[in-house]
Every structure is written in C-alpha cells, then in structure tokens.
Design a protein. Sequence first.
Length: 476
Amino acid sequence: MKPLLIGGEWVTTSHGMKNVNPSDIGDVIDIYAQAGRAETQTAIEAASQAATAWGMSNLQQRHDILHRIGVEILSRKEELGALLAREEGKTLQEGIGEVMRAAQIFLYFASEALRQKGDVFASTRSGIGIEITREPVGVVGIIAPWNFPIAIPAWKIAPALCYGNTVVFKPAELVPGCAWALADILHRSGLPKGVFNLVIGPGSVVGQAILDDPRVNAISFTGSQSTGARVANASVPFLRRIQLEMGGKNPLVVLDDADLDVAVECAVDGSFFSTGQRCTASSRLIVTEGIHARFVSGVVDRLATLRVGHALDKATDIGPVVDANQLSQDLDYIAIARSQGGHLRFGGELVRRETEGHFLAPALIVETSPDMRINREEVFGPVASVIRVKDYDAALHVANDTEFGLSAGICTTSLKHAVDFKRKAQAGMVMVNVPTAGVDYHVPFGGRKASSYGPREQGTYASEFFSVVKTSYTSA
Ligand code: UN1
C-alpha cells in the first residue's frame, strides 16, 4: 500500500483504495492509503508549522528544489507517462506529453523563483519612499481533478512553492498514482519537512477537512461547478483566498471561409483527443451554412480513421472514458440529445476490445439547437454537437449564449472576423485556427462567467493568487 506524505514522513492508514485501469478493469495499479479527517488535520498543522521558515527561505534554495523536481520528472517521462495513461486512460503519447508539460512547469517556476520583483514609488509626501513587495499567502490547499493527473497538480504546486507557500495536496480519488509519484519526487527534492503534504481520500472527508480548517489560507481548486461552489461557500466565513477553475461548454466557430482541413483538425483534436475529458474541450461546433456539409463529412471521415482502445496500445488514438460513472453520464447525454431532436451522425456506441474497459466511440451529434441540454451542460466526454447557423453574427451570438466562458475558438481566413471574435468572445481564452484545448504553460490560464473565479493560473500571473501585496512607506 502506498502511504500518505505528512510532515515529511510517509504515513500508512488502515484503509486503502484500489487504483483501477480504465482500459482494463481487471488491472489494479496499486492500493493507496486513505487519509481521514485526523490525518488531513495533521497535514494542515505540518504545513502551518513549516510556513514561516519556507516563506523566508532563500530564492536559490527554491530555484534549486523546483529545478531538481522538473529535471527528475522530465528524465522519467516515459515511465510516468505510462503510469498516467494506465490510471487515467489518456493515450501513452498524450500521457508522455502531459508529463513533459508538468516538468516544464516546474522548470519555469524554478526560474520565476529568481525573478520575484516589486515596485518602487515616490510618495506624494516629501521624504518618504514607497516599496511594493509580495509575500507568501501561507498554507495553500490544492484540490485537483482527475483529467490531468500530473499537469494540473504541477501548475498549482510549483507556483505555490515558488512564491513561498506550503501545500496540502488532495488529488482526485481516481488518480492517486501520479499524485503519489509526484509526492515521492518532491519528498526527495530537498524540501524541508511539512512544506509539501499529500493526503489521498474522498472529497467528503479529506476535501471537507481542508475546507473546514481556518489554518488553510488559500485554496486552488479545479473540478466541477457544484464542488467549486462548496469551496467558495466554505471559504467566505474565513475570508479565505480562492481560485476556482470549473466547467466549460466551449464553442468552436467554423465560418464558410475557413480552411477546411484546419477546421476539421481543430474540431477533432479539441473535441475528442484526451477522450474529450478536458474543461477546454470544444463541445459546441458552431458552423455556418456554406461549409456545414463539407465540415461534417470531413469530421466524420477523420473520426473513422481514429482507433479507440487500450491507452497503452501504440495504435490507439483515443483512450477509454475514465470510469463507469463518467461513461454512463456520456451515454445519458447522447440519449438526451437524440431525444431532443439531435441526430447521431457518428459513434456514440460502446466499443469492445480484448480487455474490459470503458471504451466509447467518439460521438458527433448534428442538427442540434442552442437550447438543447447537450449545448448547455458540460458532458466531459468524447461527445460534440454541431449547431448550424446562418452567418458570423449568428455564430458569435450562439458562441456567447452559455453560462460558461473558458475557451472559445474560431476557424476563419478572414482577418475581420478573427479580430472581431477575439474582441467579442466572452471567454478567458480565445483561439484562432487552433484547437480550444491544449494550452501553453507560461501564459495565464482561466475563464470568465461560471467557468472560473479568482486570479488566473500559470505564467507570471500565478503570483497574483499565490502571493499577497505589501506596501511599505519609509521615511529615513
Ligand atoms: C488544456 O486544454 O491544455 O481541467 C488544459 C481542464 C483544464 C486544463 C486544460 N483545467 O481540462
């Protein structure tokens, strides 16, 4: 059984949980010790004890540790990528790509540790100087989702440590393997005891203990809207700092003047790669009349070339759905879309392979309208719907007609429409002729409306969440 990491010690508990491979449900990856409320509180106490010293630690030390972590992750990318693919169901290639991204994030924040800077202002009063500096927030609770088992933890943990905070990390229950591997690397990196703690367990126990604890000064969360609301409600009484990344219902607009190959590739990648299990996935394909027929048959032809199968099989393009619950949610949404008048144009059926896994053929639903549930609620699977519209203005209107606002894409060769869409899309990220999903690691990530709350993640903008500003006035 793999233990928890609390206060710099590996800790076992009496309960363990199986980590099962979604490509082959007979394959148990390992058993992971489950934290209860008491272990979580011990971890928070350890992080709290370690906070002052780590907050004052020198930047060379922080740089060296983050650098060491990044280098080790990178040097083990095949092995960790295979573990990721085995526990989450991403293909091996996608898994290795994600591990490389996690490594790059640690290396990026290793360098950022050396670039902590402030401002100097002249005062309105004579003889006084003003300095603006940034200081750590303290103990940060990190609650991560299952769909990026190493990259999302990395993009929360690396800036937290870079800016001098200590961490209590709760990974998603479905993916303890990558979380444990990451904790093991952090444990051997030279971090002082208690600076990083790993508590694995259910949200109702471990997550709740983090929410309830006033010693947790900030929480960075990625996951569902309903859990995000719980994080927010639990944090208000403490006036705790929060950063929430929740769902998306991201539009990809395809205009008549689009390059057809680019549009098909953007749609297939954005909607179906990583099994569509990305909050940045393009789930609404909004297509103008003149290209609609060519675009739909282009996507269908491309989907027909993709193989759904075991994540570790080199021939696989699309891995399994993460678990039985998610699979039944995906199937329910396909059924709901059909019952509301959508036509299933491709896929949507269970696929049988040699191993028993949650394999679903990517589903393309056409003839849908913006008010249907399939176009309003996040599915989080390999399911995309096509909405036919008259022209660019109608496309823009439909694109923005959603409670979400994470990523919005457009495929067009018109500079006029591209510029207008960049300006008017109500989303945190806009993509022109690139997929809505698959972002760089050195620039801000986040959305608007019901998708996100609080400062952006990633890049230098991460410092807005992971540090607090101090304004000092000095008269000599
Ligand atoms: C990406 O599209 O590269 O949970 C990243 C998610 C997002 C990350 C998407 N927070 O899917």
